[in-house]
Design a protein around this ligand. Structure first.
Ligand code: FMN
Length: 332
């Protein structure tokens, strides 16, 4: 892998991205990651295109970008090509480093809208959206995919979509090698990256179960042909992961990072929404600790933000023992 990924003159260095995660990669979380640094690019959570038209994108916690965040790719959840020039124009004040089309998400909301993973299965609609995005946006355009539906012919469909992306002027593709319906507990198929990279001239960004440099050290071969890496849940549990990738350091202050995130969420969101964002972050962060379920459930059941903070303070004061590797199974 090269030391950076350059798409249309935009340099992502190192070629390490934080994945788009709904409910997590909002402005407050990106601010925390930015304080640690070490990544080449961050992603927003998926942003419903038409909803963006009603947002003040400079102020909304989903879209606002602080300068210290560096390169931020804005991920769009679109179901058709309606109003794409306006949607792209809405994001202009945020100066996106790139736009990404979500063709991966299996969540019920995306399904209902026939967007995300469902869009992957509908080439004419997909091409119309990509053509409209390409016409409206000169910067890096990427697509995030899974493997599609696990029915006969999936390999041909995947190869066909990669060709479609090339024809539509896409600059890179992020591959999360699980089938559409598979839960995150099923291991990502890293062994497929080489085959997929061989199918396309587009740079491939590898995603899924990448826990840090140890994943590549343990099994470097599947990652040899990929252009970049994208990490999701492990970056939530360890927001310093990118900073420490090539520069190991002392054990971070886990309590301090939690409280910083808490304050940033409180600053950017109204209370009711902040409460939910703190719960979601904590569900992943708590997996760092041997008895992290106590932190997760105390924060989840707290009726307001002050109680969330008090309960977390009690947990961190007890100097909770860490686990060596967080396990995310069953995180809601
Ligand atoms: C809480 C959560 C929210 C997610 N939201 C999105 C999203 O908005 N867009 C998207 O493309 N993928 C989304 N994903 C999938 C991640 O981007 C990523 O593909 C997946 O977590 C696998 O990577 P990981 O093993 O490094 O976590 C989400 C995953 C999680 C855990």
């Amino acid at each position: 892998m090269l030391a950076s990924l350059t798409l249309r003159c935009v340099v992502f260095s190192p070629p390490h991205f934080c994945a788009p995660m709904a409910g997590v990669t909002h402005s407050a979380f990106r601010r925390l990651l930015a304080e640690f640094g070490g990544y080449g690019g961050l992603c927003t959570e998926m942003l419903a295109g038409l909803a963006l038209l009603g947002e003040n994108t400079r102020r909304s916690p989903y879209t606002r970008r602080r300068p210290e965040e560096g390169q931020v790719v804005y991920q769009l959840l679109l179901r058709n090509a309606d109003r794409i020039p306006e949607i792209v124009a809405r994001l202009a004040p945020c100066e996106p480093a790139g736009l990404d089309l979500n063709c991966a998400c299996p969540a019920p909301d995306a399904r209902c809208q026939k967007a995300g993973g469902e869009l992957f299965e509908d080439p004419p609609r997909l091409a119309a959206i990509l053509d409209a995005l390409r016409a409206a946006w000169n910067g890096p355009l990427t697509v995030k995919i899974r493997l599609g539906k696990n029915t006969p012919g999936w390999e041909e469909r995947l190869a066909d979509r990669l060709r479609l992306f090339e024809e539509c002027g896409v600059d890179a593709v992020t591959v999360h090698p699980r089938f559409f319906d598979e839960k995150l507990k099923r291991p990502a198929r890293h062994q497929l990256f080489a085959w997929i990279a061989g199918l396309t001239r587009l740079p491939v960004i590898a995603n899924g179960d990448i826990l840090g440099p140890q994943t590549l050290d343990a099994n470097p071969q599947p990652f040899a042909p990929v252009a970049a890496l994208m990490v999701g849940r492990m970056a939530v549990a360890r927001p310093w992961l990118f900073a420490r990738w090539n520069h190991p350091g002392p054990t971070p202050d886990y309590g301090d990072a939690w409280f910083r995130l808490f304050e940033y969420v409180r600053e950017d969101f109204p209370d009711e929404k902040a409460l939910r964002r703190v719960r979601t972050f904590t569900a992943y962060y708590a997996r760092n600790f041997a008895f992290g379920h106590r932190l997760a459930s105390a924060v989840r059941s707290a009726p307001d933000l002050d109680s969330q903070r008090e309960r977390a303070a009690r947990f961190f004061e007890a100097d909770p023992p860490l686990v060596s590797a967080p396990d995310f199974s069953g995180v809601q």
